[in-house]
Ligand binder design. Structure first.
Ligand SMILES: NC(=O)c1ccc[n+]([C@@H]2O[C@H](COP(=O)([O-])OP(=O)(O)OC[C@H]3O[C@@H](n4cnc5c(N)ncnc54)[C@H](O)[C@@H]3O)[C@@H](O)[C@H]2O)c1
Length: 254
């Protein structure tokens, strides 16, 4: 990742206030990109912008609920108004599900999960692709999950939402390949972020079992996913599109 250069590129990152999105925003900025950070968490998102600017980078925060069409349209419009274009989009905002067997989950949970994890990614892609078509190309990476590749007991709705992200990714890659737009997903295993901390608070003692799911013998770090995202957004992956890149320490090949 060290030699990837995004100088002169404009990147949009959703869920940029925390975890994987925060790591990606910092990494894009450190490699020369102007970054638009989109999240519902204004204070934490602005703090990431301040960190980027203090290090000499360029970034702006736009308060964005990815489930809102108007918010998403405004975030993409900000990239264009502020920096002139949109080269790389990382559609990463997402929410997890507490442990429920399918028959015990309710409609409100289903609707929230689909609104953020699926409609949010679709809305982002819709507006990003419109801009990328106007300017002649771009790269999009969506955050799916290992739960977008295989079933996830007690997380059926989350798994359904992430399988949907994979469907959006594959279909858009086919539709827009000849237009210079590449679309891929990353499918992380269990990564050490606030999302994991919340899960461990609900279920103390779960960590050892989670480590045991990863043949590589450890959980993932934010940087493990960020490296894959930047590579997929860069010219180094020019012939890779419609791909679901598992960043999972071999979890899904067991
Ligand atoms: N951490 C893991 O183990 C793991 C594994 C696989 C996939 N993922 C996926 O990675 C992505 C990032 O997760 P993370 O682990 O960095 O979690 P995180 O909770 O640290 O960060 C998620 C960010 O998304 C933001 N967000 C939530 N709802 C939003 C909305 N409606 N609009 C805009 N922003 C919103 C939150 O404010 C937060 O800043 C998610 O899509 C998640 O499903 C995480």
């Amino acid at each position: 990742m060290q030699d990837l250069d995004f100088t002169g590129k404009v990147a949009l990152v959703t869920g940029a206030a925390s975890g994987i999105g925060r790591g990606a925003a910092l990494a894009f900025a450190a490699r020369g990109a102007c970054v638009v950070l989109a999240d519902i968490a204004t204070e934490a998102g602005q703090a990431v912008v301040d960190e980027i600017v203090a290090a000499g980078g360029q970034a702006v925060f736009v308060r964005t609920d990815v489930a809102s069409a108007a918010n998403v349209e405004a975030a993409v419009a900000t990239a264009v108004a502020r920096y002139g274009r949109l080269d790389c989009a990382f559609n990463n905002a997402g929410v997890e599900e507490e442990h429920h067997r399918l028959a015990d989950s309710d409609e409100a949970l289903y609707d929230r999960m689909m609104a953020i994890n699926v409609k949010g990614v679709w809305l982002c892609m819709k507006h990003e692709i419109a801009q990328m078509l106007r300017q002649g190309g771009g790269t999009i990476v969506n955050t799916a999950s290992v739960a977008g590749l295989v079933g996830a007991p007690k997380h059926a709705i989350y798994a359904a939402s992430k399988h949907a992200v994979v469907g959006l990714t594959k279909s858009a890659a086919i539709e827009y390949g000849k237009k210079g737009i590449r679309v891929n997903s990353v499918c992380p295993g269990v990564i050490r972020t606030a999302m994991l901390e919340r899960a461990l608070e609900r279920e103390p003692g779960w960590e050892a079992a989670l480590v045991g799911l990863h043949p590589i013998g450890r959980l993932g770090q934010v940087g493990d996913v960020v490296s894959a995202v930047l590579w997929l957004c860069s010219d180094a992956s020019a012939f890779v599109t419609g791909h679901q890149l598992a960043v999972d320490g071999a979890m899904t090949v067991v």
